[in-house]
Design a protein around this ligand. Structure first.
Ligand SMILES: *[C@@H]1O[C@H](CO)[C@@H](O)[C@H](O)[C@H]1NC(C)=O
Ligand SMILES: *[C@@H]1O[C@H](CO)[C@@H](O)[C@H](O)[C@H]1NC(C)=O
Ligand SMILES: *[C@@H]1O[C@H](CO)[C@@H](O)[C@H](O)[C@H]1NC(C)=O
Ligand SMILES: *[C@@H]1O[C@H](CO)[C@@H](O)[C@H](O)[C@H]1NC(C)=O
Ligand SMILES: *[C@@H]1O[C@H](CO)[C@@H](O)[C@H](O)[C@H]1NC(C)=O
Ligand SMILES: *[C@@H]1O[C@H](CO)[C@@H](O)[C@H](O)[C@H]1NC(C)=O
Length: 483
């Protein structure tokens, strides 16, 4: 799995001069321990900003997926705050939800160090137009806290090359041009490459349907595993299924999929709380899973959403007098990100197969979902997003008409094509037909629902849509299959 992302701030010259005044030194020196206790509040603040931004960046037919790195965005805003003063500094810290965190910059620097010791690479840089001087104190603080070293702003090619290198060649041509009036750019790039703790076998990957909405679906590569240790939570309050796929090295891929017919991903966002979900996720349990394989990218100018979040003054008349003598304002905030999910990973872990289990539940991520790539220690979301179509280049096709399938007991024979079978999660394969158990064999069925006579499935689904869903477990197809 690769994730990466990048973000640029650029500043243009403006108005009058202001005197630089030394930031009051804070007594943070003895705060050296960075663990879940000290980093947790910071993780929560990064999450809050990320969720607020996602709410400001709605998905739609033109833009079916949104991917951001709340960590990267928080980092660049934090660096800006190092050089902001008075109201501007207060505003930035408030937007970062950092005004309640003692020694904010110190702690953020600690998170940066903590993450740099893991599968995350973070590069930061400060580009400066030749002939203009940055205040020494800003340089020193940027270096000390955020490891941001200065470089001359020479050409757009030069910047794009740096980005390409820092993102492991995942993001190219980041900027088309750099206007002449840009004096300074704060930039960071985040690159994550993590290996699943439990790998997916590429030979199990096959086409499956992803239900974009009630009417349409797209065909995607589904990574499958007949036995996957997964922490799965059916959250009745959120009306969603929550699952956590661990990577090696204390990072997880958290997905939240609304229960079909109950709200949508957008309506879910305001209710999300990662630390709450983490605390309630049960122990892992071996089950059958299907997870879409995808490669998505996203580019977005963030001025509008940040303005909606109260940072509009950054773009008009901020007090950034801690950075330069010349007055500055922010001209743009660009964000680009890319997320790839694959079976990837060469090593299998000893913890993967639990042979003692008696039941096989089923979790298929085959409808719109929220995801967050979370650092398990700080619970800071490094990446998060909303995916409503993992194959955005393919036009969704109508789901097979339901009228037709309700006449006659057609059994879908081919495990690689689930056409005609409605949303696996949301059906209740076992309750649908108890006799199936004998057909399935000992929990080796590649996909439970493909063996389910369709009319029964339809009936189950209709019942569910009519408001008699049964228990959350049955909604999400978590059911005991004798092994
Ligand atoms: C999540 O809930 C906990 C406990 O109620 C709270 O302390 C924390 O601030 C919440 N986090 C976010 C990001 O809202
Ligand atoms: C801004 O802050 C500095 C100290 O950081 C102070 O000297 C100055 O008067 C403030 N300016 C305004 C307009 O508040
Ligand atoms: C800190 O958080 C508490 C509770 O969330 C809030 O009442 C208080 O105003 C916050 N303090 C600052 C300085 O924002
Ligand atoms: C994961 O976290 C635990 C405790 O928080 C720590 O002991 C362990 O070394 C960490 N593992 C890695 C690979 O960072
Ligand atoms: C999601 O649900 C809310 C109400 O629950 C609705 O207003 C909104 O239009 C829905 N969004 C999408 C993308 O369907
Ligand atoms: C059912 O399928 C047949 C062909 O398989 C098609 O001719 C017919 O129009 C379909 N009926 C409906 C209601 O879609």
């Amino acid at each position: 799995m690769y994730l990466l992302l990048l973000l640029v701030f650029s500043f243009v010259w403006k108005l009058s001069c202001q005197q630089y005044v030394e930031e009051v030194a804070q007594a943070c020196g003895n705060l050296q321990m960075f663990n879940s206790e000290t980093l947790g509040p910071l993780g929560g603040s990064i999450e809050r900003l990320g969720l607020q931004l996602l709410e400001q960046l709605p998905v739609g037919p033109q833009q079916p997926n949104v991917l951001i790195s709340p960590f990267s965005i928080s980092l660049v805003l934090a660096q800006l705050a190092l050089g902001a003063q008075n109201e501007t500094e207060r505003l930035l810290l408030k937007s970062l939800h950092g005004n309640n965190i003692s020694c904010y910059h110190h702690t953020m620097g600690g998170l940066l160090r903590h993450l740099s010791h893991s599968s995350l690479q973070v590069a930061t840089r400060l580009y400066l137009r030749q002939g203009f001087d940055v205040k020494l104190s800003f340089l020193e603080k940027s270096m000390a806290r955020y490891r941001s070293s200065p470089a001359h702003l020479v050409s757009v090619e030069d910047v794009n090359q740096w980005v390409e290198k820092a993102t492991n060649r995942k993001i190219g041509n980041f900027m088309e041009s750099i206007p002449h009036n840009v004096l300074l750019m704060l930039i960071n790039a985040v690159h994550f490459k993590g290996e699943w703790l439990t790998l997916f076998n590429p030979s199990e990957t096959s086409k499956g349907l992803f239900y974009v909405d009630d009417q349409n679906s797209v065909s995607v590569d589904m990574m499958r595993s007949p036995r996957y240790p997964l922490r799965l939570l059916h959250d009745a309050e959120l009306e969603a299924t929550v699952a956590s796929f661990p990577f090696k090295g204390n990072k997880s891929f958290l997905v939240v999929q609304p229960i079909q017919g109950k709200g949508n991903v957008s309506s879910l966002l305001p209710k999300l709380n990662i630390s709450d979900l983490y605390s309630r996720l049960p122990a892992e349990h071996t089950m059958q899973v299907a997870l879409p394989k995808f490669r998505l990218q996203y580019r977005q100018e963030l001025q509008e959403p940040l303005t909606s979040l109260g940072l509009g003054s950054l773009f008009s008349g901020p007090d950034l007098s801690g950075i330069m003598e010349v007055p500055l304002k922010v001209s743009a905030v660009r964000h680009a990100s890319k997320v790839e999910l694959s079976e990837e990973g060469a090593e299998a872990s000893a913890t993967t197969v639990i042979t003692a289990v008696r039941s096989v539940s089923f979790f298929s991520l085959n409808g719109p979902f929220f995801f967050a790539l979370v650092d398990d220690i700080s619970l800071a979301p490094l990446f998060m997003g909303v995916v409503t179509n993992p194959a955005p280049d393919d036009a969704p096709t109508p789901n097979e008409p339901r009228d037709n399938v309700s006449h006659g007991a057609k059994i879908v024979p081919d495990a690689t094509e689930s056409k005609g079978v409605h949303k696996e999660q949301g059906d209740d394969p076992v309750a649908a037909d108890d006799d199936l158990k004998t057909d399935l064999g000992p929990s080796v069925a590649p996909e439970l629902n493909e063996y389910v006579p369709l009319p029964t499935v339809e009936k189950g689904r209709q019942q569910f849509l009519n408001g008699t869903p049964g228990t959350p477990e049955s909604i999400s197809g978590e059911n005991a299959i004798p092994t």
